[in-house]
Design a protein around this ligand. Structure first.
Ligand code: BV8
Ligand code: ZN
Length: 248
């Protein structure tokens, strides 16, 4: 019986993973799409007519903090209604299978990997559930609804969401841990990212240069497809559980 291309790709990807002692995973907005979290570029990268790259920036925040807070308060409110999908759970299964030999770095700020049971998640771009003061060391984990312009309880200055905006550095220790994992892994699995935002997307190239095999799981081709040894094209919520099943 002629094996479908997809099933052949799944078998090849499973074969690469079965041989892998160390695995590194990079996820993007696509892994949360089936949970109902909108991706960035499927809507053409726009939010209420604003380019995300204009709203999610320090300049955007100093220009119009109320607009930026409206953007983030809407996304924080939407978090209350979303749940991890089978793709998140499949990655948590992989985490239990490889233990400390698997590192999961995400560009997402929705916390769904942690809710699905993944441990030691490297949040490259921060978290929607964390706020910090623009002026003093105050920071807090909170999923509560916040006012339109939340102020710091310690110094009365403005709070901001603790996420990495465009033009801002990623948290050093988190990025370093992700880079170390990319260097050390035998297989690098890229899930649900258009691979256009750096330095996060650079991790896949770094892994490949260090000799890792790259598996891409994405709806369609991306900027990283050219360096993938196996390409799984379809919804990650369907393909990742299939992949884990084939690991035996
Ligand atoms: C830095 C947090 C500088 C906020 C984010 C020109 C001007 C200015 C900057 C730059 C520039 N050129 C390059 C840069 C650098 C910039 C960058 O890379 N820009 C890109 C747009 C070109 N990078 C930065 O600014 C970074 N910082 O470089 O610092 C510096 C250097 C030295 C010293 C000081 C400073 C900071 C980048 C972090 C920005 N913050 N997020 C927030 O979320 O609100 S990035 C944002 O994009 C999200 O984190 C998101 O995750 C990320 C990437 O998007 P994706 O996750 O890939 O989502 P996308 O929609 O694009 O793709 C989804 C994919 O899933 C698609 O392929 C789709 O087909 C697929 N999919 C959909 N459904 C499914 C699916 N796949 C599987 N299953 C499904 N069901
Ligand atoms: Zn403060």
């Amino acid at each position: 019986m002629h094996q479908s291309d997809e099933s052949a790709d799944l078998d090849r990807a499973a074969e690469l993973l079965r041989q892998a002692e160390r695995v590194a995973v990079l996820t993007g907005a696509g892994v949360s799409a089936e949970s109902g979290v909108p991706t960035f570029r499927d809507s053409g990268g726009l939010w209420e007519g604003h380019r995300v790259e204009d709203v999610a920036t320090p300049e955007g925040f100093s220009r119009d903090p109320a607009l930026v807070w409206k953007f983030y308060n809407l996304r924080r409110a939407a978090l209350a209604a979303v749940k991890p999908n089978p793709g998140h759970f499949a990655l948590a299964d992989m985490g239990r299978r490889w233990g400390d030999a698997l590192a999961l770095a995400t560009q997402n700020i929705d916390g769904l990997h942690q809710q699905a049971g993944s441990e030691g998640v490297l949040e490259l771009h921060g978290s929607l559930a964390r706020v910090r003061c623009i002026a003093c060391p105050y920071r807090a984990e909170t999923r509560e609804a916040l006012p339109d312009l939340p102020r710091c309880p310690a110094c009365e200055k403005l709070l901001r969401v603790d996420v990495v905006w465009f033009g801002e550095m990623l948290p050093h220790a988190v990025l370093q841990a992700a880079e170390r994992a990319a260097e050390a892994c035998d297989v690098f699995l890229v899930v649900g990212t258009s691979a256009v935002v750096f330095p996060a997307a650079g991790l896949a190239y770094q892994a490949r240069e260090a000799g890792a095999k790259v598996i891409e799981c994405n709806l369609g081709a991306t900027a990283a497809s050219g360096i993938a040894d196996a390409r799984l094209h379809g919804p990650s919520g369907v393909l990742l559980p299939e992949l884990v099943k084939r690991l035996g």
